[in-house]
Design a protein. Sequence first.
Length: 390
Amino acid sequence: MKVQVCIIGGGPSGLLLSQLLHLQGIDTVVLEKQSRDYVLGRIRAGVIEQGFARLMHEAGCGERMDREGEIHEGFHIAHGGILDRVDLSKYSGGNSVLVYGQTEVTRDLYDARDRMKGAVVHQAEDVALFDLTSDAPYVTYRDGGRTVRVDCDYVVGADGFHGVSRGSIPKGALREYEKVFPFGWLGVLSRTKPVSPELIYTRHARGFALCSLRSQVLSRYYIQVPLTDKVEDWSDDAFWAELKHRLPAEASDRLLTGPSIEKSIAPLRSYVVEPMRHGNLFLVGDAAHIFPPTGARGLNTAASDVHYLYHAMVAHYRKGDGSGLDCYSQKALTRVWKAQRFSWWMTTLLHRFSEDTPYDDKLKETELAYLFSSEAALRVLAENYVGLPY
């Protein structure tokens, strides 16, 4: 097989890049290790920045998102038993976010690739990358009993933190930055009416909590738990009781509970690798950076990577201008680190750390009190939450 761009990973980043490039006449193939059903079975975040929404429209995939997604012009932070609202529209110049599940984004992108007869290979086993620093890189994978070779101009690694792409780069060529947080999020998905039409982030002495939603009949709730906890340790009744403890009365009194239809614990980690390019291999999304889910930066930062790489490849193939490819890593990382700063700030402020002293608690209370007393502070929060410009 011969294509211009071989994309490793059939999640939203790889599919979006493939769709955008295809619309510009650039030939791609997507190699995905898992089945389509497996990919669509992943439960992930659902807060989308406007920049990401614009990319979906540019890819011709925004119609259902506009119809079914929910525009949120604000969110709440609960602290000290009170519920304060952050007016995103007011403090970010009229911007907002869209609540639309990542699974639905992925489904829309798969449907678009099917309509255009885009090449997406599922259950591509034993993917391997070769000659990445040459002018003729290639990728191999196993399809049943045969090995398939894909010759290409460029390889894009959009295969996540544990994927083969980053692992194909010599260790000495990369610098890694990592912070592992000493807790996780226990998440429950339930077929219940959300407790609030907007997200509620909660800082509480017992630990962080988040009230989120997928639709008006599908709720997603999280509580902070120790890394030693297992899903089996938490019955539905125990989860709902603990969530109610952490919410202010005006929210807990409205909370509707029901059987969980999905329950999982996600550890929290921050990770960045530099650079995001090695020869003719470009890293995108979780292959290059991981964010704690606080503030919803992960999927949205992957989208900004796609934006930079897509425009750089179009300039290269249409105009012979390789400057965008040369600057890709620097541009992407500048925005990645700003998103890391915001995610770190929200995570540190809203979570309970075992080593927190009364001094730390008082500082966090003061930080929140200052936030809601200062329009300047609210503007900084709002402009980061809706997404910094590309």
